[in-house]
Design a protein around this ligand. Sequence first.
Ligand code: SF4
Ligand code: SF4
Length: 168
Amino acid sequence: MIVELARGLWTTLRALIFEKKVTVQYPEEKKPVKQRFRGRHYLDRYENGLEKCIGCSLCAAACPSDAIFVESAENTDEARYSPGERYASTYEINMLRCIYCGFCEDACPTEAIKMGDNYELSFTDRRQAIYTKEMLLVPVPPGGKPTPQVTPPGVYTRSVPEMKDPVD
Ligand code: SF4
Ligand code: SF4
């Protein structure tokens, strides 16, 4: 009995003294997520500040939990939000419905909707779980201009840019 007790205590002591600690002091310390982790969505922009989202609703159609709502409107050269004819005038994701499957990301023809590494989502009210376009859209990159922009006629005629095949 004494031997078993000593053996058990030694197991605890050995872990305390010799083994590497795995406890992370969250939230001060955060472990990096895996490369393919799917966290909070964001809506991307081009380098010049134009929005990548063209309001096509393919993400909403692909979403299995009906979490995305998109309304689109017409771009003009005097008030341009995105390349091509249309932009998303309303874009909302209900995070209470989202199951983080990534189908929206896969369906998007312009790589506008992306899932980042932010997993710190908490709500105290159901309405707070509706993420609006303003919440999802990334800031204007350095050197870019906010939308809507005044653009020269005949330049941004193509909604979907030419893209390379993904590497991963
Ligand atoms: S991650 Fe999946 S469930 Fe969530 S919004 Fe995108 S398609 Fe819908
Ligand atoms: S995020 Fe992509 S798929 Fe969804 S409406 Fe915008 S452009 Fe279309």
